[in-house]
Write a protein that binds this ligand. Structure first.
Ligand SMILES: Nc1ncnc2c1ncn2[C@@H]1O[C@H](COP(=O)(O)OP(=O)(O)OP(=O)(O)O)[C@@H](O)[C@H]1O
Length: 396
């Protein structure tokens, strides 16, 4: 693909001769247990889970830490909601908690940081979830809250002669209209009403079930997110207003927080995505010192810890990063092990793209083309010219 004045190499040649985008269906691989339905993905989490169970006789609780655990929301054979936590990494350990009754408590204050907890019964067992992609965690707890509010689904299935016995565990169904109608947060007047009976809003605040659904990513944005999820290092660009920052926030929200570092070339750009500067993360100052000195700086305990913990490194507005700085950071091949997510507005040929390590680190280059913010064609082409460093612009 060729962006005006800047050649963009694709990691593998596209079949169609244009931008090679994976199909959206390939982006959200669901486990067999979760079923093929896209919405059921909300019932599944991958994170660190700590299971605490009180032991009889007043002894301290049994505590198990399961890293890379698979947490599933389902129903048992009596159609009661069940939380199942299975150990990751091939461990056979699995814990199941029936969530029937009023004694389930959800702790969601730190969902934005990828942490939440479920307590079953007063002084009962609890499951603490951490290092979870915040967006997935938010969807999981929304589903859990609404399914609990909706109560048990239907009567327990009667065993039928020669019929198959009901499964001991099946992944919970996606949210339906009736689940939303029973949402206690929807306000008393809104509960248990058919859609046609839902009364117009009187108060200032919209009931949650009625609020506008969250904005969906465009096909291009989905393609970038899908590439990141599939473990590729991605560079993406786009004209002003094509949703780069919007997409970056979605990417941050879809990755495990403990191993994801959001950075930008400047403090202002870093604030915009709730991150830090790339220089602060790398810990090698301006990067102008000789290589050996930079390595020593990066080996300092606080800095080294960042490098070791980081699996996804996001760099916004990379055009202002010096190519030599990029090469030095890459020298000890830490970048090669990282999944880099790099975003830029300016496509200035003299800058970062000349770095020797660029092609080694970046697997896929993509461009967002759909302008979301402005419709004025002259203004869009002016911004495009600025982006490509073309022509002279007179500001008045
Ligand atoms: N998929 C989407 N659905 C709805 N709104 C979107 C979507 N993508 C972007 N937007 C909206 O389009 C506007 C521009 O997005 P954003 O600021 O992320 O663009 P940008 O490419 O970062 O722009 P700039 O280069 O000027 O910083 C924002 O109001 C954003 O909320």
């Amino acid at each position: 693909m060729r962006v005006k004045g800047f050649s963009v190499r694709l990691a593998s040649p596209p079949a169609t001769g244009s931008l090679s985008l994976p199909t959206p269906a390939a982006f959200f691989p669901l486990s067999q247990e979760a079923g093929a339905h896209r919405a059921s993905a909300d019932a599944e989490l991958r994170c660190t889970a700590v299971v605490e169970r009180p032991l009889p006789g007043g002894a301290g609780p049994l505590r198990r830490v399961l890293r890379g655990a698979l947490v599933l929301l389902g129903r048992d054979e009596l159609r009661q909601p069940v939380l199942r936590v299975a150990g990751g990494g091939g461990e056979a350990t699995a814990f199941s908690f029936a969530l029937g009754g009023d004694t389930v408590r959800l702790f969601t204050r730190f969902v934005g940081e990828g942490r939440a907890a479920v307590r079953v019964g007063p002084g009962g067992a609890q499951v603490l979830l951490s290092d979870c992609p915040p967006d997935a965690l938010r969807r999981f707890f929304r589903l859990l809250r609404l399914k609990l509010a909706a109560g048990p689904r239907g009567a327990p299935r009667q065993p039928r002669l020669l019929g198959r016995p009901p499964p001991a565990f099946s992944v919970i169904s996606p949210l339906q209209e009736r689940d939303l109608r029973r949402d206690p947060r929807a306000g008393p007047g809104q509960r248990d009403l058919r859609p046609a009976e839902v009364r117009p809003r009187v108060g200032r605040e919209a009931p949650r079930a009625e609020r506008r659904p969250p904005a969906r990513l465009s096909v291009e944005q989905e393609a970038v997110l899908g590439a990141v999820r599939s473990g590729k290092s991605v560079f993406f660009t786009g004209c002003a207003g094509t949703g780069k920052s919007f997409l970056l926030k979605k990417i941050v929200g879809s990755l495990p927080p403990n191993s994801t570092y959001a950075t930008a070339s400047t403090g202002v750009a870093a604030c915009h995505i709730g991150g830090t500067t790339l220089h602060a993360f790398a810990g090698i100052g301006s990067g102008k010192a000789p290589l050996e000195q930079c390595i020593q700086l990066a080996e300092r305990p606080g800095v080294r810890q960042h490098w070791l913990a980081c699996q996804h490194l996001i760099i916004d507005e990379i055009s202002m990063v010096d190519g030599k700085f990029f090469d030095k950071s890459n020298n000890r091949s830490e970048f090669s092990y990282l999944i880099l997510i790099i975003c830029v507005f300016f496509l200035n040929k003299r800058m970062i793209y000349q770095a020797k390590s660029w092609r080694k680190c970046i697997h896929i280059n993509m461009e967002l083309t759909e302008v979301r913010r402005q419709t004025d064609k002259t203004f869009i082409s002016l911004l495009s010219a600025v982006r490509l460093g073309r022509g002279s612009v007179i500001w008045c």
